[in-house]
Design a protein around this ligand. Structure first.
Ligand SMILES: NC(=O)c1ccc[n+]([C@@H]2O[C@H](COP(=O)([O-])OP(=O)(O)OC[C@H]3O[C@@H](n4cnc5c(N)ncnc54)[C@H](O)[C@@H]3O)[C@@H](O)[C@H]2O)c1
Length: 259
């Protein structure tokens, strides 16, 4: 009998960006990573969000907590400085944030404004590139990065609007970052969960219809939950997935294979 390995992420250092509340996909990742033994850093958007996030971070035993609004100059750099001074290194990074101005999200792509499109792209996509740039030098023993996408990147999902092209760019960014960071032993994964009832999702028109359709369409016949996403990311974070990088991993009960 070979030696058993448990828990599999013991001693790994993980930065989890995107917890708004206990429904957040990032919270599922944080729980799964902690249950697998990782130490975690948790961020909140601003002082308004802090009372909703800090208690969750404390309950999870997060070793680092910090504010992070990726649109505020300097906050991202400050977070990675804190990580560097506390941990000296980083192994895992979860980017689970998205934003589009309401009018741009609610209207069709044709009517999206240049400013709204740029803002959605900056917060939901380029912020991952900026994070990767700061995280990579700390991943001295290799590592894994995750960015949350959605099937609206590939297929037209009514009402997903401007976020479709933005998520397509995010998935492409994951491929290019996987290429650039592969030589450093850093893997990059686009994660594509099925629809989940979260605060971000409440901005999408007729989201309930999307949920119903997802459950009906999925070969596995059920909606996913945030722990399904968390456990898949936890697996990809382990050395068991050491030759997997750059692709989009669907966590949707198989819905994406259906016509
Ligand atoms: N809910 C779904 O159905 C679904 C499906 C697939 C992918 N996703 C993606 O998962 C990710 C997480 O969303 P969620 O559904 O858990 O919703 P959520 O509302 O719980 O999380 C979104 C997070 O984005 C953060 N955020 C927004 N603007 C930010 C900024 N400027 N700086 C830092 N953080 C900022 C919010 O604070 C929040 O924590 C998003 O990328 C979303 O597009 C969601």
């Amino acid at each position: 009998m070979e030696q058993t390995i448990s828990p599999v992420l013991t001693g790994r250092k993980a930065a989890i960006i995107g917890i708004a509340n206990d429904q957040s996909i990032a919270y599922g990742c944080a729980r799964a990573f902690r249950m697998a033994g990782a130490d975690i850093a948790v961020t909140w958007l601003n002082e308004k969000a802090r009372p909703h996030v800090e208690p969750l971070a404390v309950a999870l035993g997060a070793t680092i907590t910090a504010p992070l609004d990726v649109s505020v100059p300097g906050e991202l750099e400050a977070l990675f400085e804190t990580i560097k001074s506390n941990w000296g290194r980083l192994d895992l990074l979860v980017h689970s944030i998205a934003f589009a101005p309401k009018d741009d999200l609610r209207g069709g792509l044709l009517s999206s404004s240049a400013d709204g499109f740029a803002k959605a792209m900056d917060i939901s996509c380029h912020s991952f590139v900026r994070m990767a740039r700061l995280a990579a030098p700390l991943m001295t023993e290799g590592g894994a990065m995750f960015a949350m996408s959605y099937n609206g990147a590939h297929k037209v999902v009514p009402n997903y609007n401007v976020m479709g092209p933005v998520k397509a760019a995010l998935e492409a960014a994951c491929r290019y970052l996987a290429y650039e960071l592969g030589p450093s032993g850093i893997r990059v994964h686009a994660i594509s969960p099925g629809p989940l009832k979260t605060r971000a999702a409440s901005g999408i028109k007729d989201f309930e219809l999307l949920l119903n359709e997802a459950a009906n369409k999925a070969p596995l016949g059920e909606l996913v939950d945030i722990m399904d996403v968390g456990w898949t990311c936890a697996y990809l974070a382990t050395p068991f997935a050491r030759r997997v990088t750059g692709g989009t991993v669907y966590i949707d009960g198989g819905a994406n294979i259906m016509g």
